[in-house]
Design a protein around this ligand. Structure first.
Ligand code: ZN
Ligand code: MN
Length: 149
């Protein structure tokens, strides 16, 4: 389970398992929307009004250094997005609304196995990101165009 993996990672790194840090692990393990540090922070603020953004960054950095969380880069918004789901999958980034969604498929497993076997590498993770305009944003743009013409 992802949550347990993150918590033991924090424990191994010697960080104290405060309620805040455990909550950060919970958000990361449950989240499907590849949150930024800011998004994690805001989602926990009602529960932990005194938590600092630095705590979120620190926890994310430790988890990333341990290879338990993948940093996906920016989604056209200049912010790092994170993913605790380490199963091989591809990401689709919308450059308009900056959403990051998963694309799963057997081909992606196959590619990773091929890369591993022909390179001799023990693959620990992959960051495959496609950029584009999501169906919602494309449709919104179409509707706006129709209104103008
Ligand atoms: Zn979009
Ligand atoms: Mn993902």
């Amino acid at each position: 389970m992802i949550y347990q993996r993150l918590v033991s990672g924090l424990r191994d790194s010697g960080l104290r398992l405060t309620p805040q840090r455990l909550a950060i692990c919970r958000v990361l393990s449950e989240s499907k929307d590849h949150p930024t540090a800011m998004m994690v922070y805001h989602s926990l603020l009602p529960e932990f009004p005194t938590m600092s953004l630095a705590t979120v960054y620190k926890t994310l950095n430790v988890l990333r250094e341990q290879g338990l969380v993948l940093a996906l880069g920016a989604a056209g918004d200049g912010m790092e997005h994170y993913d605790a789901d380490l199963d091989p999958h591809v990401h689709l980034v919308c450059v308009k609304c900056h959403r990051v969604v998963d694309f799963m498929g057997e081909d992606i497993y196959t590619i990773q196995q091929k890369v591993a076997s022909s390179s001799g590498y023990q693959i620990q993770g992959a960051r495959i990101v496609y950029y584009g305009v999501c169906p919602d944003c494309a449709q919104a743009a179409d509707t706006a165009r129709e209104r103008v013409s």
